[in-house]
Design a protein around this ligand. Structure first.
Ligand code: FAD
Length: 495
């Protein structure tokens, strides 16, 4: 396919986090030569969740010239240094997947090989004791690191974040239209989208359409029938119930993920309130029981009605099809265990900006875009499956299913390599690198059988001094940091 036509009119369908992130980035970075129009419907609203992020969001903010202090104050944000996984390996066991790196790597292997030998010698402590971000999470302390070393993310109010981005997008010239999309009109010549018909009767014509309509996938699926690959057999949770409570007594700089009988519960502390939700599998638990379980496990009183959100884990067969690119929930969904959706939105936007088809839409660009999105999404998928598969829990049908389920070959390969050699690799542009795989594999109880021979070049005494020096450094450094909320009150107190 070769559609050589200058692309000038960009229509963004939907104004949730995905829609406004897209409109803000396009208008700020390429807006001079584009007409950008976003249509959204207040009566339909947004999914209204999506409050935990990962550190890559800082890159997006840098690109858009967004000031961290300003956006944090606007969105009632707190800092996030990682995720605490409670009851995942087993009931009453917990570990943290932090955004930092444990210890110091050497040219031949990473720090975990030294740590594993130390464990055998009885001198290693929790792996998190050797990582600043991990230790700071547990202590509830925070300090902004020098720019190059920043490994923090945010907990933020998703509705306010979309509002903030809307202001930015409109400032850079994006136009917003309130209306309900009733029909998607196709060009019968090449199957491209020609226009969106709104409930007012207005026709919104465009050259390129960005589908940010959420789970509905109005353009990419309802109109273009792109199809969906279901990953429910690997990630069986398919619903969530969400509710907000008041401000936490002591908002910690990490997200809590607490495994429950048929799923898991999140707790996300904002400056103004807390977000809570239970992600569960409808095959093992119904909505009523899920609601009861969630309300029985929150701190304080709910401040809104609990809301059930059904979802289907998987991915679009193509993320870019003809003149339509799906961004956000319309492109697929991997449940929120590792807070990766906003990151995947950001990646799709940056890819679109780098290959922007101003001189026409070429199949070769479409194929490359789809390949990159696919690779990255599969990496995230495998990483999330790992948490479910590597469990010792056998106390419910749900966990027995997860323990026994088949997994993708790509994940089986990583697990086997780690168990046999202690090695983990990051391939290409994958999001999760060695340090993330390590923390979760160890945290879920997969221990390497051996370590790299270079470790034995150190005497036991040297190893002991090496481990102790890192641990002491981490303690001293974190002890000098302020309390998380004390820091926020000085740095980015909500308006
Ligand atoms: P939506 O928010 O659903 O927005 C869709 C937009 O399309 C709305 O503006 C709507 O009005 C518009 N629209 C739809 N139909 C029409 C129509 N006919 N006419 C006009 N407009 C229309 N992500 C994270 O990164 N971190 C998290 O912690 C996290 N937690 C999550 C928890 C749950 C339970 C779920 C389900 C998701 C979570 N996510 C999380 C994902 C995150 O919420 C989404 O990626 C993000 O909100 C983007 O959503 P969206 O903009 O694609 O869709």
């Amino acid at each position: 396919m070769n559609a050589e036509k200058r692309i000038r009119r960009v229509v963004v369908a939907g104004g949730g986090t995905a829609g406004w992130m897209t409109a803000a980035a396009l208008s700020k970075l390429l807006g001079k030569n584009l007409d950008i129009c976003l249509v959204e419907s207040e009566s339909i609203g947004t999914v209204g969740v999506g409050e935990a992020t990962i550190p890559t969001l800082q890159l997006f903010h840098q690109l858009l010239g967004i000031d961290e202090r300003e956006v944090m104050a606007y969105t009632n944000a707190t800092f996030k240094l990682g995720i605490a996984f409670e009851n995942w390996k087993d009931v009453d066991h917990s570990y943290i997947h932090s955004f930092g790196t444990a210890g110091k790597d050497c040219w031949a292997c990473n720090f975990s090989h030294f740590w594993v030998k130390g464990l055998r010698n009885g001198i290693s402590h929790d792996i998190g004791d050797y990582c600043l971000e991990h230790f700071a999470s547990r202590q509830g302390r925070f300090q902004v690191a020098p720019r190059q070393e920043r490994n923090h993310a945010y907990h933020l109010d998703a509705t306010l974040y979309a509002k903030y981005l809307r202001e930015l997008a409109e400032k850079y010239g994006a136009m917003r239209i309130e209306g309900k999309i009733e029909d998607v009109q196709l060009d019968h010549h090449n199957g491209h989208i020609k226009a969106l018909k709104l409930d007012s009767g207005k026709l919104l014509e465009g050259d390129l359409f960005i589908d940010c309509s959420g789970f509905r996938g109005l353009l990419i699926d309802k109109a273009l029938h792109t199809g969906y690959e279901d990953w429910g057999h690997w990630l069986p949770c398919d619903r969530a119930v969400a509710v907000q409570t008041g401000k936490a007594a002591k908002p910690m700089p990490y997200t809590r993920s607490i495994a429950r009988e048929s799923g898991w519960q999140w707790r996300i502390p904002l400056q103004s309130r807390s977000g809570n939700g239970l992600v569960f599998c409808s095959h093992y638990m119904d909505d009523n029981d899920a609601r009861k379980q969630l309300l029985g496990n929150i701190e304080g009183e709910p401040i809104n009605e609990p809301r059930v959100i059904p979802f289907r884990t998987g991915t679009r067969r193509q993320h870019w099809n003809k003149n339509c690119i799906a961004v956000g929930l319309s492109s697929g969904f991997i449940e929120p265990l590792e807070s990766t959706s906003i990151h995947l939105i950001q990646r799709s936007i940056i890819r679109l900006l780098t290959v922007f088809p101003s001189n026409g839409i070429f199949q070769v660009d479409i194929n490359e875009f789809n390949r990159m999105v696919r690779d990255e999404t599969e990496n995230v998928r495998d990483f999330v499956i790992l948490h479910y598969k590597l469990t010792d829990r056998q106390d419910s049908e749900f966990w027995r299913y997860c323990r026994g389920m088949d997994i993708p070959d790509s994940l089986a390969h990583r697990m086997e390599m780690f168990e046999k050699s202690g090695r983990v690799y990051k391939y290409g542009e994958e999001l999760f690198g060695e340090t993330s795989w390590l923390q979760v594999m160890l945290g879920q109880g997969l221990m390497p059988r051996t370590y790299h021979p270079i470790v034995d070049m150190m005497s036991d005494e040297e190893l002991s001094r090496f481990l102790a020096s890192i641990r002491n450094y981490v303690r001293q450094k974190v002890d000098s940091w302020p309390d998380h909320m004390e820091f926020i009150n000085r740095y980015c107190k909500a308006n």
